[in-house]
Design a protein around this ligand. Structure first.
Ligand code: NOJ
Ligand code: CA
Length: 707
């Protein structure tokens, strides 16, 4: 949403902004000496010679190795090597607690560590690929601290990454666990690494431009944070299965040493849990190239299996249109009045358009009362069961049904879950009764601006990614699942692979999406999508809302060619894909619109054919419901020539390649951005295509298996 830049509320850094100069006195000198000593003690250990390795596990193909060490003072560290070369140098494990002494040093082995192997293949109800292999060696380390308190740390070593988590058993001395800070460290071993990251704890949540800096210039980053060592090794640090816990930010402590910084809570401890419980998995994808990061499934594998049964009975991936872009262009409004977008007549127009062009879904925003006045970061007036008078929800739902179209409901909360949660059951019941089987939720408020009712009955301000919101999102998702409704949050908590466990949590925003091309200052730059693929997209599907074939925002043009808009349907994965432009713009662009009508949203296989973080990427994906393949390639502001082997196609089969590419005069900086060339040719798996991408450009190809 458009908003003015403000200082973050409640940020940890804000607390340090009050330093004043004081005269140096002997007492102060003593304080400084003590502080220096404490700082020294806090410096993370490099592998001390006296450290004792207590356990070790290698990945199934012996690509990665994890070791666990104990220092003489009983501090526990882990380290990771790839092919014998250190990737993560010894990095601390532990916690500071608010209601008990910290769990930090004085560890010993409570019992010998255990290992086990898992090799399983599971089926996704929907996704980038149908079958996922889950192959790892597990190491369970049983630690006990000097107070006799037990803490297990479990590592899973895959060939393409490592996950580890803490498991708190229930014990008389530690039943209620108030976590003030997690002390987990990530010490990146190879000096001189480069990072791609967005800051955490800033007002604009995850909706920021990616930065590329030396790793030792990162401040406090969201995950996934991606880095590349001078030797070309790629690492992405993230987390999996974030349930009833606070999100992990990465705060650089010194050099290339990062510490977990849990998103704050308004009520003291960042996490409050009763044992037994497990933390989320801390994950590291590790690959020789950027493509390998995007091919890894470790975060999904570290989530629990599907708890919802056969969701394909009620959710299958689809494409949708909606009353949406008009508001972002300011041609229509969410609020009532002359410009109101969600009228009965307009909704019927969109339903007709969807039915005529084979789109299953129609999103309708601004249908319910509460949008008049200042709803941003307020949300006090939102009423999730009553429509504006010019929107006859019963009639619209019946009309959609008669046309075989499914409405997608909308619950914008303005970040006020104290107003939303008491209405949640009734709001979802209404949708269920009307056959509305998808809901887009929204939490438009600055970071730290979520209003939640605490146990004390009072309103507290929370972070979009703290423990309160991790609970809230799962509440919405599980309540929606009971009613066979799919959920797509905007301004969400980050994705940590929970779609495996709750496959009605189908997509989310969680980065700068297309809306920034309507009104963002600046709009998304040409490198944006090549950044997203290797950062935000490592976490899971994004409701990016591609397909602005007009290339026209509110008072600005898109930094994109037309071919790139088509390529985004293959490059940015989501099981619900919007055709986001206005119907009249599709009517004026029938040829590119054909690709948007053809491209599926559900895949049986996905491959990254090439790519470099922030520069370019090419995906090939196979339709789950036919033998067709699709290819999408995007570049940043630089033109590129990518020679791409078609060896993913079935050998011996002929395909009609329908190619949508940047035309001869194309350039995202000129009117030539609209220049789209469309051609057809017969190809087989033995062919190599030369993809010519213009500055800010892309290419989209359908490989029709029935030429
Ligand atoms: C921000 C969302 O990202 C956008 O898609 C939505 O239209 C507005 N909020 C209003 O809810
Ligand atoms: Ca948004």
């Amino acid at each position: 949403m458009p908003s003015t830049v403000r200082f973050p509320r409640n940020t940890p850094s804000a607390a340090t902004a009050n330093a004043t100069t004081t005269a140096t006195t002997p007492a102060r000198l003593a304080c400084i000496a003590l502080a220096a000593l404490l700082a020294l003690l806090a410096i993370p250990s490099q592998a001390h010679a006296q450290d004792r390795e207590i356990a070790r596990v290698a990945s199934p193909g012996k690509v990665l190795e994890v070791a666990v060490q104990l220092a003489p003072d009983g501090r526990a560290t882990y380290s990771i090597a790839r092919g014998g070369t250190p990737v993560i140098a010894p990095s601390h494990l532990g916690f500071i607690l608010g209601n008990a002494p910290k769990l930090d040093r004085g560890f010993s082995e409570a019992a010998p560590s255990q290992t086990r192997t898992q090799d399983d293949t599971w089926e996704q109800p929907w996704g980038e690929r149908r079958y996922v292999r889950d192959h790892y060696n597990e190491l369970r380390v049983h630690l006990k601290d000097f107070k006799g308190r037990n803490l297990d740390v479990v590592f899973r070593a895959f060939d393409d990454g490592v996950g580890f988590r803490y498991e708190f058993p229930d014990q008389p001395t530690l039943h209620q666990v108030d976590i003030v800070e997690e002390l987990t460290e990530f010490v990146v071993a190879a000096p001189g690494a480069t990072a791609w990251w967005i800051p955490a704890g800033e007002f604009n949540r995850y909706e920021q431009l990616y930065r590329k800096t030396p790793l030792d210039q990162v401040g406090q980053a969201h995950t996934p944070m991606t880095l590349r060592t001078p030797a070309g090794l790629h690492v992405a640090i993230h987390e999996a299965a974030l349930v009833n816990y606070s999100s992990m930010w990465l705060r650089r402590f010194e050099g290339q040493t990062f510490r977990a910084a849990l998103a704050p809570s308004s009520t003291g401890p960042k996490v409050s849990r009763a044992a037994p419980f497990n933390t989320p998995w801390r994950t590291l994808r590790i690959s020789e190239d950027a493509a390998g990061l995007a091919m890894s499934d470790i975060d999904l594998n570290l989530n629990e299996p599907n708890k919802l049964g056969d969701v394909r009975q009620w959710f299958k991936p689809f494409k949708y249109v909606g009353i949406w872009w008009g508001m972002h262009l300011d041609q229509e409004s969410w609020s009532s009045g002359r410009k109101h977008g969600a009228t009965t007549a307009n909704a019927k127009k969109y339903i007709d358009f969807a039915a005529a062009n084979g789109f299953r879904g129609v999103l309708i925003e601004g249908w319910n009362k509460g949008w008049d006045g200042d709803w941003f970061a307020n949300g006090a007036d939102f009423d999730f069961t009553h429509a504006y008078p010019d929107f006859d929800i019963e009639a619209v739902a019946a009309y959609a049904k008669s046309k075989g179209v499914h409405l997608i409901g909308h619950h914008e909360t303005g970040g006020n879950i104290a107003v939303y949660e008491p209405q949640l059951d009734a709001a979802l019941d209404l949708y269920q009764r009307l056959g509305i089987d998808g809901v887009k939720t929204g939490y438009v408020a600055d970071a730290g601006g979520i209003q939640a009712r605490g146990a004390d009955g009072k309103i507290h301000f929370e972070w979009h990614d703290g423990q309160v919101m991790s609970r809230h999102h799962l509440l919405v998702v599980t309540e929606a699942a009971k009613r066979h409704i799919a959920v797509d949050p905007h301004e969400p908590i980050k994705d940590t692979g929970l779609r495996r466990t709750y496959p009605n949590w189908v997509s989310r925003e969680g980065a700068r999406g297309m809306e920034y091309n309507a009104w963002g200052t600046p709009p998304n730059p040409p490198e944006h999508e090549a950044n997203l693929v290797f950062t935000r997209m490592l976490s899971g599907p994004m409701d990016f809302t591609p397909g602005i074939v007009s290339l026209q925002g509110k008072k600005q043009v898109l930094q994109s060619t037309l071919a790139k808009q088509l390529a985004l349907y293959v490059v940015i994965y989501s099981p619900i894909q919007m055709a986001a432009d206005l119907p009249e713009n599709y009517a004026a662009n029938p040829r590119p619109f054909q690709f948007i009508k053809d491209v599926p949203a559900d895949w049986s296989d996905s491959r990254v054919l090439n790519g470099e973080v922030g520069d370019y990427v090419t995906f090939a994906r196979k339709d789950r419901n036919s033998e067709d393949w699709y290819l999408g390639a995007v570049t940043d502001e630089n033109a590129r020539t990518l020679n791409t082997k078609l060896d993913f196609l079935t050998p011996g089969k002929r395909y009609r390649a329908q190619v949508y590419k940047d035309g001869p005069t194309v350039d995202y900086r000129t009117e030539g951005r609209h220049d789209l060339a469309i051609e057809e040719r017969i190809v087989t798996s033995k062919d190599t295509l030369t993809l010519q991408l213009a500055p800010g450009g892309g290419q989209a190809i359908r490989f029709d298996a029935t030429p």
